[in-house]
Design a protein around this ligand. Structure first.
Ligand code: ATP
Length: 774
């Protein structure tokens, strides 16, 4: 058949499918309307249809059952309504673009070849018998991603199906019209990727289902690994693969895993908004998402003024002159490792025998239980019980004792005095309570003594409430002091002694100021859990950690304990370990950082984000960069401009921004080394350009010009990137930060330098960039 004819035939099928989709949609809409009316009717007549009778206990039970039945009926109707709503949305998407792939596959032993069309969701014929479109996540669809025409196979949950793929065809269909169509040989065709990647950046990440590459498909469909580690170079599609993997898991385990059972740790708040549309685009709901910082903050609360990871980074980059700097580096490095975790483990063992520190429990400035009493009580308990168990026993004991004290306290003088000054509401509460009770006790409110008694009890109970709450929240344990005490005893290992003095002095001083360094937050919570009992989350079935290179082995071990029943997918790139760069501390992605036996590692070395010219330039900035394979998409070479001073830097950047805007780029970033530099850059940009200063609290990623510190640009991409001052990246410790900044660019990369030389460009092949000197 000629190409023309073939195209016409395919378009005819698209027309037919879209009319089938419309029919189904109409049918569903009618049905939705009916259910909607029913739900409305149930709401309107809710009370008419239930039997309400409170006369006898039996009637009460009947009333309860009747209301419950009616409410269930209503919620079932509403559920099906929202289910239909979801289906209609999917049909809407399918109508616009019903599928993106077709394979013809002859199963072994079968004479005829089967034609399979693959789209973002399944669609059945009218009788619900035949698949007119297969969901991209269906077992058979994996053929499309994994094989070229020729022998091919796929696995279902029951068997392995082998056969021959006779044809593999790709489509770009928009508004029900085939825009392009090609039969492809090896993998998902370059033409289609060229088209997708050549577009301007969106402020929101797109789904990549139509062009998933074979190696990415292995990540997406991996089912056996408990711990899947993806190490992929910048722009290799790690985040994209993670998002499609979530969609895949939601489909594959749809009866077991719901979106709320999946958790994604993202690198910064802005990233959340960046990835927020991928799953809805695929008809799925978004997973739970948080930054690790948010988690730490939620647990540390007001206990300390907690430093965040971004402030730690700022300190490392901008405060080298600080006298504490060397000690801080040692501290960060040591506290990131599993040795420190072990040290805390053995400290906790010692605490089981001695050394726990408590706080006085006070009431009206009076000590009810002194810390010594609490200490002695704790250590009087059977030592074979774990610390958390003993703390539980202690809590129960304290509650009992407090109840006793509440009784005693009712006779205290202050109570009588305060009763006089009770406000109206408190009085009313007491009166109400008495009235309620009266029904059961038959006592009368006329009795003055009784009234006083009730009021005293109410008053004292109320005043004691914070004490009860404090006991419930285990506030009587002096965790701050216990953590600090850890640093007062030198560790056993002799090689640590020198370092330890520096680390401990700094840590103790800062804790005394009620501050907590970022590197202390995880160890602190880890110790807290060893004492109070672990607060693990049981609902989460799968945890994703993006930018995993930014997590220390200690942090990861901690996260793993938080989610004991979860599978984990870690995605990262050692070359972008910007936080560990300046300190040389370990990251969880480093070989052997984890002793886990059950891990599977997948490597991605092909990069899709940037043009070949940008990749050829950026890959020489890091060790082993020659292994990075660019996708063959052409653009201009990066431009390096050396300007003698700050003033010319401002002028040049304004000019470049204007030109990039004129060239039609929608997202342009001026990436800076620090927050201070970002502010400086922001102030030097002409107000008319409407630039936006991105800070650590920024939530939404928007179109236009963003001025952003490099560490916040992680994970995100821009059409064009301007490196504000390449000469400011001073030493080897900042190489990864510099590389991360440069690899954010999709189409164009400009580097400006206020000084010469640019240390990190030394050694770069000058044929890979255009050099301008002022
Ligand atoms: N198979 C694919 N088809 C189409 N586009 C792809 C594919 N894989 C990756 N991309 C595109 O490449 C760009 C980079 O992808 P992504 O952000 O997922 O990479 P990453 O490995 O997480 O990057 P980084 O580590 O640098 O943040 C995105 O624009 C993404 O849409």
């Amino acid at each position: 058949m000629s190409n023309e004819k073939e195209l016409q035939m395919e378009q005819n099928r698209v027309d037919w499918i879209t009319s089938e989709i419309s029919k189904k949609a109409q049918h569903l809409e009618k049905h939705a309307g009916k259910i909607g009316t029913e739900a409305l009717d149930i709401r309107k007549t809710f009370w008419e249809d239930v039997t309400v009778n409170f006369d006898e206990p039996d009637d009460l039970a009947e009333t309860y059952t009747s209301i419950k039945q009616q409410a269930e009926l209503l919620s079932e109707r509403e559920r099906s309504h929202s289910q239909i709503d979801k289906q209609l949305k999917t049909l809407g998407r399918l109508k616009n673009s019903p599928y993106f792939g077709r394979i013809d596959f002859t199963e072994e032993g079968e004479a005829a070849s089967e034609t399979i069309y693959i789209g973002i969701a399944s669609f059945m014929d009218e009788k619900d018998e035949e698949f007119l479109i297969y969901d991209w996540r269906a077992p058979i669809s994996s053929l499309y991603y994994d094989f070229a025409p020729g022998p091919a196979q796929y696995e279902t949950s029951l068997e392995k199906v082998t056969g021959v793929m006779d044809l593999k065809r790709q489509f770009v269909i928009r508004e029900a019209t085939i825009k392009s169509m090609f039969d492809t040989g090896v993998t998902i065709g370059d033409e289609m990727l060229q088209e997708v990647l050549g577009n301007n950046a969106d402020t929101q990440m797109k789904s990549i289902v139509a062009t998933i590459q074979k190696e990415q498909n292995q990540i997406i469909r991996n089912e056996q690994s408990k711990l899947l580690i993806v190490k992929g170079v910048a722009g290799s599609g790690k985040t994209s693969a993670a998002m499609q993997r979530i969609a895949y898991l939601l489909y594959r385990y749809r009866n077991i895993i719901k979106s709320e059972n999946i958790m994604l740790f993202s690198p910064n708040p802005m990233f959340n908004s960046y990835v927020a549309t991928v799953l809805p685009e695929l008809g799925e709901e978004n997973m739970q998402q948080a930054t690790f910082q948010e988690y730490l903050h939620s647990r540390i609360g007001k206990r300390f003024d907690l430093e965040d990871i971004f402030s730690q980074m700022e300190y490392l980059l901008a405060k080298r002159e600080d006298p504490d700097y060397p000690a801080r580096i040692k501290s960060i490095r040591y506290k990131s490792g599993l040795d420190f975790k072990e040290l805390i483990d053995s400290y906790a063992k010692r605490l089981s025998v001695e050394g726990l520190i408590f706080k006085d429990i006070k009431f009206r400035k009076r000590i009810l239980f002194s810390k010594e009493v609490l200490h002695d009580y704790f250590y009087s308990l059977d030592r074979s019980y774990s610390i958390p168990n003993r703390i539980q026993i202690m809590k129960d004991w304290l509650r009992k004792e407090l109840k006793r004290k509440v009784k005693q306290e009712q006779k205290a003088e202050w109570v009588e005095e305060e009763i006089q000054f009770l406000d109206k509401d408190e009085y009313l509460d007491a009166f109400k309570e008495l009235q309620d009770k009266k029904e059961f006790t038959e006592n009368s409110f006329d009795d003055f003594d009784r009234e006083k008694k009730v009021l005293s009890r109410m008053l004292v109970t109320k005043r004691f409430k914070p004490v009860f709450n404090a006991v419930k929240g285990l506030k009587f344990i002096d965790l701050n002091a216990i953590y600090m005490q850890l640093f007062l005893v030198p560790p056993q290992e002799p090689q640590l002694h020198d370092t330890w003095t520096d680390i401990s002095q700094l840590t103790v001083r800062v804790i005394q100021e009620r501050k907590l360094f970022y590197e202390d937050a995880t160890p602190f919570l880890y110790l807290q859990d060893l004492i109070e009992g672990r607060k693990s989350s049981t609902g989460i079935r799968h945890v994703f950690i993006d930018e995993a290179q930014d997590y220390t082995p200690f942090q990861f071990a901690f996260i793993r304990q938080l989610f004991p029943y979860s599978r984990m997918t870690l995605l990262g790139d050692l070359n972008q370990a910007v936080y560990s760069g300046p300190t040389g501390s370990e990251t969880v992605l480093a070989e052997d950082a984890l002793g886990f036996q059950d891990k599977e590692t997948i490597l991605l070395s092909r990069t899709y984000r940037s043009t070949r010219q940008i990749v050829e330039f950026t890959r020489q900035l890091i060790q082993g960069g020659d292994r990075i394979e660019p996708f063959n998409r052409n653009g201009d070479r990066p431009v390096v401009s050396i300007l003698g001073n700050q003033d010319s830097l401002s002028i040049a950047i304004n000019k470049a921004v204007k030109e990039l805007k004129l060239a039609g780029h929608k997202t342009i970033a001026v990436i800076c080394r620090t927050e201070a530099e970002s502010r400086q850059a922001f102030e030097s940009i002409e107000p008319g350009l409407d630039a936006r200063l991105i800070q650590k609290g920024t939530i939404a990623y928007e179109k236009g010009i963003s001025i952003i510190p490099a560490y916040l640009a992680k994970g995100i991409e821009f059409d064009a990137v301007i490196i504000y001052d390449a000469s400011a990246y001073g030493d080897e410790g900042e190489r990864k930060l510099f590389y991360t900044a440069c690899t954010r660019a999709m189409h164009e990369l400009y580097l400006f330098a206020s000084q010469s030389p640019v240390p990190l460009l030394e050694g770069a092949d000058n044929s890979t960039y255009i050099l301008n000197r002022e």
